[in-house]
Design a protein around this ligand. Structure first.
Ligand SMILES: CC(C)(COP(=O)(O)OP(=O)(O)OC[C@H]1O[C@@H](n2cnc3c(N)ncnc32)[C@H](O)[C@@H]1OP(=O)(O)O)[C@@H](O)C(=O)NCCC(=O)NCCS
Length: 172
C-alpha cells in the first residue's frame, strides 16, 4: 500500500468489483471519461483481474484516511522499454472531491512511478472542457503537448482532447 498525506493507494481486489461496477456506470462522471456504453458486472470483474494479469497496467484503489474507497488511479500502457506510461484518475465519491485528495493521489502515484517503477515520462489525455482536471494537472507540473480536434462526442457535441505529459527530471 502507498501512503500519501491524505489518501492511500492500494491494490485492487476482486471484492472491489461490486463498487467498481457501480462507478464505471456513473454517467455523470463518464461525461469526463472515455466510457460510452453501460458496462456489465462481468466487465468489472475482468477489469479488476486485468491489473494482475496484464504487465502493462496497474489499477490502484484510492482510499481516504478512513480507508473508505473513493476512486481509482490507473497506470496504463506501461512501455517498459521506453519507460513511459499513461496515468488516469477519478474520484468517484463526489462528496470527497475538492478536498485535495485527487492531487495527493496523483503526487503519491507520480513519486512511485518515477522513483520505484523507474519511468521517465508520464502522459495523459483530458477533455478540453474539463477545467478542474486541467487545473490539477497544471498544478502538478504537467506540460501541454497539443490538442486533438473533435476526438470525442459527448452530449451531442464534439470535444477536443488535450494531451499533457510530465518528465521525471521536472520533479514532483
Ligand atoms: C479531476 C479530479 C480527479 C480532481 O480531484 P479532486 O480531489 O476533486 O481535486 P483536488 O481537491 O485535489 O484539487 C486539485 C486541483 O484541482 C483544481 N480544482 C479542484 N476543484 C476545482 C474547482 N471546483 N474548480 C476549479 N479547479 C478546481 C485546483 O487546481 C486544485 O488545486 P488547488 O486545491 O491547489 O487549488 C476529480 O474532480 C474527479 O474525479 N473528477 C471527475 C473525473 C475526471 O474528470 N477525471 C479526470 C479525467 S482526465
Amino acid at each position: 500500500m502507498l501512503k500519501g498525506d491524505k489518501i492511500y493507494l492500494r491494490a485492487v481486489e476482486l471484492e472491489d468489483a461490486r463498487i467498481i461496477s457501480a462507478w464505471l456506470n456513473d454517467r455523470e462522471t463518464n461525461i469526463n471519461l472515455d466510457i460510452i456504453y453501460p458496462l456489465s458486472r462481468r466487465y468489472a470483474d475482468s477489469y479488476v483481474l486485468s491489473s494482475d494479469e496484464e504487465s502493462n497496467k496497474k489499477i490502484f484503489v484510492i482510499d481516504n484516511q478512513d480507508h473508505k474507497p473513493i476512486g481509482l488511479l490507473i497506470v496504463d500502457k506501461i512501455k517498459w522499454e521506453y519507460r513511459n506510461c499513461e496515468i488516469g484518475i477519478v474520484i468517484y465519491d463526489k462528496s470527497q472531491r475538492g478536498k485535495g485528495l485527487g492531487k495527493d493521489a496523483m503526487k503519491t502515484a507520480l513519486d512511485f512511478i518515477f522513483n520505484e517503477m523507474n519511468m521517465n515520462l508520464v502522459y495523459l489525455n483530458v477533455l478540453s472542457d474539463n477545467k478542474i482536471a486541467i487545473n490539477m494537472y497544471r498544478k502538478l507540473g504537467f506540460e501541454f503537448e497539443g490538442e486533438l480536434r473533435d476526438r470525442v462526442y459527448k452530449n451531442g457535441k464534439y470535444l477536443n482532447i488535450i494531451a499533457m505529459s510530465k518528465k521525471r527530471e521536472e520533479g514532483i
